[in-house]
Design a protein. Structure first.
Length: 487
């Protein structure tokens, strides 16, 4: 997927996530605000109920009170059975008895006129029809008969939203004065006391809270969106710069690949075309030298012919090694399981003239077998052993020890000599092309680089170490088996 498209998708996901998160917090906060509002309304309803209950208990303990008769407080018809419902003071004032229910009803009416919170005492067995229950109250009274101790509900009808609360009214000793004839006993539920709290003020306050919280969260949301957009611009700018940089690198890489292919092809073609001239130059120089053997020849001419022969030989070897270097990273034939001791024995046969010339002693230990192509493995040992023989120095009989071991799926081979060695500071340089540190001008300077390329292309490593006898060890590792095979 294009980086820009992926970035846009991530931005949309981030904006959606931010919006959902803030929206969730807003809904959660508004829910808490509503629950808090409802708790306050319930607390107010219960406080008013407790006040009404305390007043009723006070009036009950006193058996009611006598008050002057007027239009608002006429004699209670429900108390006509009491002999002292109405009395006259010594001064001639007419007084009537207000029982607790009568007192509470009148007090609740006046409290409701002043504060809006209305109360009501009601029952299925009434002394005063005005206290008859409405449908909601009747349902609450029936639930009291089933054992419930409180009924509350937020209701909304044609009037306004309200909170209604009702609790049962139990019969006490003082209640029997007026209600004994109805058959009640102490402890009986003979009705309920209800409280109605108007919710308009609470709802208005809740609306203000919703508006303020919505504005607050909207500002926070907008700030978050702004930050995300700014980050989006910065990231997009960097992505575009990175994409442009990657395009440049890609173009450079492709150009480098093309140039490398062209150079490789040029080197291959050049090596191919140089083979024949170098071969002919060597052949004709040797023919000319042989013919001049039978005649008296100027020593200067003979030295010139020897110089031509030496350089023709060097040119032929150089072209051969260049071709080997170019093909070093490619298997030369089908890989197979090889007896490495047999491979080293063949290399010794090929190096027999040089071994005889130098008088070298070669000792070969038991070498672990290897799955590899024969041609390259033979060339690796040939290059390393020839290099040891060419750089043996003078005055010392060359001695080469070849050993090997298998460790963690890798074969490690060691070719050690007793030569003068190479200082550690130069041990990496000899793996570079045309780096030679002595040898009397023998060799092309490509041998060890060829060996390194063959080893590393197969997943191994090659390095130089100080040998036990003071000389040099060439140590290289190769996978015992190709990747993907059990080993």
């Amino acid at each position: 997927m294009n980086l820009t498209l992926l970035h846009r998708l991530l931005l949309v996901v981030a904006l959606a996530g931010w919006t959902l998160t803030l929206g969730g917090f807003l809904l959660w906060d508004l829910r808490l605000a509503r629950e808090h509002m409802e708790e306050l309304a319930i607390k107010e309803a219960r406080s008013n109920f407790n006040k009404d209950l305390a007043f009723r208990l006070w009036a009950t303990r006193h058996g009611g009170v006598y008050v002057p008769v007027d239009d608002r407080t006429p004699p209670n018809p429900g108390l006509a059975h009491l002999p002292e419902r109405d009395i006259e003071t010594p001064s001639g004032r007419q007084l009537t008895l207000m029982n607790p229910a009568y007192m509470l009803r009148q007090m609740l009416e006046e409290h409701g006129d002043f504060y809006g919170v209305r109360g009501k005492i009601t029952s299925f067995h009434l002394l005063n029809p005005i206290n008859a229950p409405d449908p909601w109250e009747a349902e609450a009274l029936r639930r009291f008969e089933q054992g419930e101790s409180e009924v509350l509900e937020f209701v909304e009808d044609d009037k306004e939203p309200r909170l209604r609360l009702m609790r049962p009214m139990e019969t006490r000793e003082g209640c029997l004065k007026c209600h004994a004839f109805q058959g009640y006993q102490v402890g009986d539920v003979r009705g309920g006391i209800g409280v109605t709290v108007p919710m308009r003020h609470y709802l208005d306050t809740l609306g203000e809270t919703k508006r303020s919280r919505t504005i607050f969260f909207s500002v926070i949301w907008a700030l978050g969106v702004g930050i995300l957009v700014l980050l989006d611009v910065q990231v997009l700018r960097r992505l575009r710069a990175q994409e442009e940089h990657e395009n440049v690198l890609k173009a450079q890489r492709q150009a480098l690949i093309r140039a490398n292919k062209d150079l490789t092809r040029l080197a291959e073609v050049s090596a191919h075309h140089l083979q024949e001239p170098s071969r002919r130059l060597l052949t004709f120089s040797q023919l000319l030298k042989d013919r001049l053997k039978v005649e008296e020849t100027d020593p200067e001419v003979r030295r010139s012919l020897e110089f031509v022969e030496q350089n023709a030989t060097y040119l032929r070897n150089l072209v051969r090694d260049i071709q080997l270097y170019l093909d070093a990273d490619k298997p030369q034939g089908q890989p197979a399981e090889l007896d490495v001791n047999e491979v080293v024995a063949r290399v010794q046969q090929k190096l027999a003239p040089l071994i005889s010339e130098t008088g070298a002693e070669i000792k070969v230990g038991e070498l672990p077998p290897l799955v590899f192509d024969l041609s390259r493995l033979r060339d690796i040992f040939l290059i390393i052993m020839e290099n040891s023989l060419l750089h043996a120095g003078t005055g010392t009989r060359p001695r080469i020890v070849i050993s090997g071991e298998r460790l963690n799926g890798m074969n490690r081979y060691r070719v050690s000599d007793n030569g003068s060695g190479i200082p550690e500071v130069y041990r990496q340089r000899v793996f570079e092309i045309f780096e030679r540190l002595g040898g009397g001008g023998r060799g092309t300077g490509i041998g060890l680089p060829i060996a390194r390329r063959m080893v590393e292309s197969a997943g191994g490593e090659i390095a130089l170490e100080t040998a036990d006898g003071g000389g040099l060890s060439v140590v290289f590792t190769l996978p015992a088996k190709p990747p993907g095979e059990d080993g």
